[in-house]
Design a protein around this ligand. Structure first.
Ligand code: XIL
Length: 491
């Protein structure tokens, strides 16, 4: 994984874009970045982060629940539906019905999805619980391969291994541990091979306090994995400040210490007894203070949805009203605004996005090929309808994949009748086709570093997966492979 550089470079790009626009005297709407956002997801996106929730499939037809979830959050975790007992109830028979229900609900609303979880001592199907030794080892590998194949190219991250440590920092004595101490690295290597496009996380609870034995045990494992090249991209800190635990004063030290090993960190299952505003505010601020803390997920929508509902630990009450803790989180996210709160410690691997290359000669048709996926930017069903979102699809060179870069920096399709168009300028704004109108949300810089940036937004064309049907969006440029595109002339 290349280091994340979102926020540092973003400022430079935007400043450059804004000043060149001012020079050109164009009448434009430059996004007011200092404006407070009114939802958790939008507030987090200002600093390139996400704000997520766990979703239960059987609650989705509760309209209060789904309305809040779709409005406030931009990352979704299946609370139980992608766990081993749900996805492989009988050996060799996979079932993705409820997992897909959540995946489809989320992606139809433009929300991203984290996968949870592949290898865990709990919520195993009965047949797996009774296995041991090499049979169980093989079953774990088969399970990872089966589930990851189904979701290949679709998920932002997977919690590959969940809760493998004891409180004292030793390994938990589970049936998986009984297959040999290398089971965790085998799981990660299997996962990388199964889907190279998704981030691979280790996830656990009670690893928030830097001086705690379990935190140190997990830290040493991540350090060992990074030193030996075992593929791992992220650590998920569940952050259940429930059942007696609370926010430690050294939480930020824990986050930055993990991050310094070269992994992203995320708070993956947050809930806090009685939704203490100071603890919610503090855990949010700790994440905001660490550049590689990429997002926060709360473990449910309303208190009544929580697995610990008697502790009222979430941001919405049973009636769907925002609690005081909601406001403390929203305010903290808004106060962080667009800039980094600390400078990224990693050095850039991609050059700034402000210098366009000499574009391909105007008039020729090109494919726009995603470097990570090898797939082409495609207008679904050859639609000519204004507002149709473009996607990745297998390259075939038909007219719905033929793009012409014009002298005025438009990317036109269908012989010039439609333009590649950004339906907004913020993170996650849809990329669509629209009748060409000469405005800056239809102008693109094709950059020498392989990115394509919107003239209005300064943001990069971005996809969150590699599969057919993956939608294209705007996102803060981060130097990663999912933002690399090549214009390849169609001869
Ligand atoms: C919990 C769910 O919220 C419950 O609905 C289920 O009965 C048990 O699992 N750590 C994890 C989560 O990684 O998967 C757990 O979710 C909570 C603790």
């Amino acid at each position: 994984m290349k280091p994340l550089l979102r926020r540092g470079r973003y400022r430079v790009v935007l400043a450059a874009a804004a000043s060149s626009l001012a020079l050109a005297g164009a009448a434009l709407v430059v996004p007011t970045l200092a404006q407070a956002a009114s939802t958790l997801g939008a507030a987090a996106a200002q600093s390139g982060r996400y704000f997520g929730t766990a979703i239960a499939a059987n609650r989705l037809n509760d309209s209060t629940y789904s309305t809040i979830a779709a409005r406030e959050f931009n990352m979704i975790t299946a609370e139980n539906e992608m766990k081993p007992d749900a996805t492989q109830p009988q050996r060799g028979q996979f079932n993705f019905n409820s997992g897909d229900q959540i995946y489809n609900w989320a992606t139809q609303r433009g929300l991203k999805v984290r996968g949870h979880t592949l290898a865990w001592h709990a919520q195993q199907p009965g047949w797996m619980q009774s296995l041991s030794g090499s049979t169980l080892r093989q079953a774990m590998i088969d399970h990872i391969n089966g589930v990851m194949a189904h979701y290949k190219g679709k998920l932002a991250a997977w919690d590959v291994v969940n809760e493998a440590f004891n409180e004292d920092g030793s390994r938990r004595n589970s049936n998986l541990q009984g297959t040999g101490n290398d089971w965790i690295e085998v799981a990660f290597r299997t996962a990388r091979a199964a889907d190279p496009s998704t981030k691979l996380c280790y996830n656990d609870y009670n690893i928030e306090n830097w001086s705690y034995g379990k935190t140190q045990g997990v830290y040493r494992m991540i350090q060992d994995f990074k030193s030996r090249g075992v593929p791992i991209d992220c650590v998920g800190l569940q952050t259940h400040f429930t059942g007696g635990s609370s926010l430690p004063s050294n939480f930020q030290t824990t986050l930055s210490s993990f991050a310094a090993l070269g992994v992203d960190v995320a708070l993956t299952e947050v809930d806090v007894t009685n939704a203490s505003t100071s603890q919610y505010q503090g855990l949010t601020q700790a994440c905001l203070n660490v550049p590689r803390c990429i997002g926060i997920t709360v473990w449910g929508v309303r208190d009544s949805d929580s697995w610990r509902s008697n502790e009222n630990p979430l941001l919405f009450d049973g009636g769907g009203n925002k609690k005081a803790a909601y406001t403390s989180v929203l305010n903290a996210l808004n106060a962080a605004g667009p800039g980094p709160t600390t400078s990224p410690t990693t050095s850039p691997t991609a050059t700034p996005t402000t210098s366009p290359t000499t574009p391909p000669p105007a008039g020729g048709a090109n494919r726009i090929v995603g470097s990570q996926s090898g797939r082409c930017i495609d207008v679904p069903n050859s639609s000519q309808t204004n507002g149709t979102r473009v996607q990745l699809y297998d390259c075939h060179g038909n007219t719905n994949q033929q793009w012409t870069y014009t002298a005025s920096r438009q990317l036109t399709v269908y012989g010039g009748s439609r333009c590649l168009d950004a339906a907004g300028s913020g993170n996650s704004a849809a990329i669509q086709i629209y009748a060409c109108n000469g405005q800056t949300n239809q102008q693109w810089n094709v950059n020498s570093n392989g990115t394509v940036t919107g003239v209005q937004s300064g943001r990069c064309l971005d996809v969150w997966g590699t599969g057919n049907g993956q939608q294209v969006q705007l996102y803060d440029c981060n130097g990663q492979a999912n933002q690399q595109f090549r214009l390849v002339p169609i001869s």
